[in-house]
Design a protein around this ligand. Sequence first.
Ligand SMILES: Nc1ncnc2c1ncn2[C@@H]1O[C@H](COP(=O)(O)OP(=O)(O)OP(=O)(O)O)[C@@H](O)[C@H]1O
Ligand SMILES: [Mg+2]
Length: 268
Amino acid sequence: MPTKSDNIIEIKNLKKKYGDFEAVKWITFDVKKWEIFGFLGPNGAGKSTTIKILTTMIDKTSWNVKVDWNDLSNQHAVRNTFWIVFQESSLDDELTGWENMYFHAMLYWVKNNQINSEIEHLMKFVELREFKDKVVKQYSWWMKRRLEVARWLLHHPKILFLDEPTVWLDPQSRIHIWDYLKKLNEEQWLTIFITTHYMDEVEKVADRIAIIDHGEIQAIWTIDELKKQTKKKTLDDVFLELTWRDIREELVSESEWIRARVQAKRRG
Ligand SMILES: Nc1ncnc2c1ncn2[C@@H]1O[C@H](COP(=O)(O)OP(=O)(O)OP(=O)(O)O)[C@@H](O)[C@H]1O
Ligand SMILES: [Mg+2]
């Protein structure tokens, strides 16, 4: 495996205002190639805003950011470097695994003469080759997630952005996802930029983490270094030490809203 030394994302003085409100205040940090980078912070800290800017989904207020050496204003080049994973699945249940892959490849301009071999290779990687001709509604939950992973890889992304990918999952499913992200990182040399509220999980896989609160970076280190600096034993305690604040009245945050929606769905 190559060494994790060069930067793939460089952020200098990134700032984002919504009206008068500063959601992200002059943040500066780098993400290294092939690392799993945990971006942690309480609700409303500015995590999603940062990801949305890095993936060119929303405009910045001011910044100096490079993604794989490309300035953010070069949207086309930046978009070619990453894939972003949203929480809702977009698989078509009525199509087979193969067809889901094929239509996605067509939509995103995978070269015609490479489509079949690419799909074959990726479905093998996610251990679904023998199920490729089954319709997706027959897939288990975990098979569907793996098919989605194969679709991300059709893009040959260098960076995978995941914004709370496990927020609605039970503990067993979350373990599967984290193991798989580790495998993707090691075998496909993907840089993974991930936000989550589950400290124990990110602790097992992340090379480094940044903690953001009130739109400012509070710390950025390896997990061991963070524990050493704060003299805490668990990442949970480190997190509370660096971000502790009174519970206060505020608008329902994005992740609270997602959790409430999922719970409502489960209740039927
Ligand atoms: N479109 C918007 N207009 C106005 N304010 C916004 C907008 N989007 C986000 N904010 C505010 O910016 C702040 C940062 O929001 P952001 O979604 O980046 O937080 P987050 O760290 O992702 O939180 P969560 O853990 O709840 O997902 C919050 O106070 C939020 O209310
Ligand atoms: Mg968010």
